[in-house]
Design a protein around this ligand. Structure first.
Ligand SMILES: [Cu+2]
Length: 301
């Protein structure tokens, strides 16, 4: 039995198409080699023109037509059930953001991994907060684009307990290849227990929650390590060389600098870093949230 209810159909469609392709690869190559041999100048010095062979023409229209209809049939039979979601499916909202996946369960509890019960239909409501992502669970044979402003969805029934990869398959920026997580398939009892134990609201400092929610920690570590950009650790109060309008100057990282960096990131870039990588958080991070972020940064000096 496949890891999900869609494995069998998708694999069958794949095998049919692959089989037909393989058959033609072998067939065409053989005929080509035969022609090279049979009609070389040595054996067939004068070319001849063959015209009007209705039987041949009907054959090469009919056979490919049947073959492409066959491919369509198996593809359609595998795909169309993926768009009909059972009414009792467990709704989980997937939030795609550069460059993390977050799974939000009913009641607003959030998790960085997708945990689902065995043999129960699950509906994933796909939501992007910035650019186009694509959620792919290879073991389940399902993939859908996660497009900002569009309510896409996908569903599945997990049929085998275990842990499976979850990937983003649409290039979504610098750390696209790191935008991966896991889905864990567990028994229903385990699922209920896990969901209950999932913390209602994070007890992390509010500023850190805001940083994580906006995926800031995808580029700026909080432990001093370098991911894409400067670490948040020890940032506040530090003096730094920045490029402003093409010339270098020294500044101290204070509240003003953090504010301007969030709202207008390309204005004063720390020397050695590139422009245009960070987007503005104007309208995404409020003044109130800004204060909480700054309060938090002061604590990890
Ligand atoms: Cu992505």
């Amino acid at each position: 039995m496949g890891a999900s209810n869609f494995v069998e159909g998708v694999d069958l469609a794949f095998k049919v198409i692959f089989g037909i392709s393989l058959f033609f690869l072998a067939g065409i190559t053989t005929v080509m080699l035969w022609f090279v041999f049979r009609y070389s100048r040595k054996r067939h010095p004068v070319a001849e023109q063959i015209k009007d062979n209705n039987l041949l023409e009907i054959t090469w229209i009919t056979i490919p037509l049947i073959l492409v209809l066959l491919m369509f049939y198996y593809g359609y039979a595998a795909f169309s059930p993926q768009r009909i979601v059972p009414k009792d499916a467990i709704p989980i909202t997937v939030i795609g953001k550069m460059w993390v996946w977050t799974f939000e369960y009913e009641g607003g509890k959030q998790s960085p991994v997708l945990v689902v019960p065995l043999n129960k239909p699950v509906r994933l409501n796909l939501h992007s907060e910035d650019v186009i992502h694509s959620l792919f669970i290879p073991a389940f044979r399902i993939k859908e684009d996660v497009v900002p402003g569009k309510n896409n969805f996908m569903w599945f029934i997990a049929q085998q307990p275990g842990e499976y990869d979850v990937l983003c398959t649409v290039y979504c920026g610098l750390r696209h290849s790191y935008m991966e997580t896991k889905t864990r398939v567990v028994s229903e009892a385990e699922y209920e227990a896990w969901l209950k134990a999932l913390p209602e609201k994070s007890n992390e400092p509010e500023g850190l929650v805001i940083l994580k929610k906006n995926a800031c920690t995808g580029c700026h570590s909080i432990d001093g390590s370098k991911i894409v950009s400067v670490s948040f650790k020890g940032m506040f109060g530090k003096s730094e060389k920045v490029m402003t309008n093409g010339s270098e100057r020294s500044i101290t990282i204070d509240e003003e600098y953090i504010k301007s960096s969030l709202y207008d990131p390309d204005k004063d870039i720390v020397s050695g870093y590139q422009k245009g990588i960070m987007k503005t958080y104007k309208g995404l991070v409020s003044e109130q949230e800004m204060t909480k972020i700054i309060d938090y940064l002061k604590t990890i000096k």
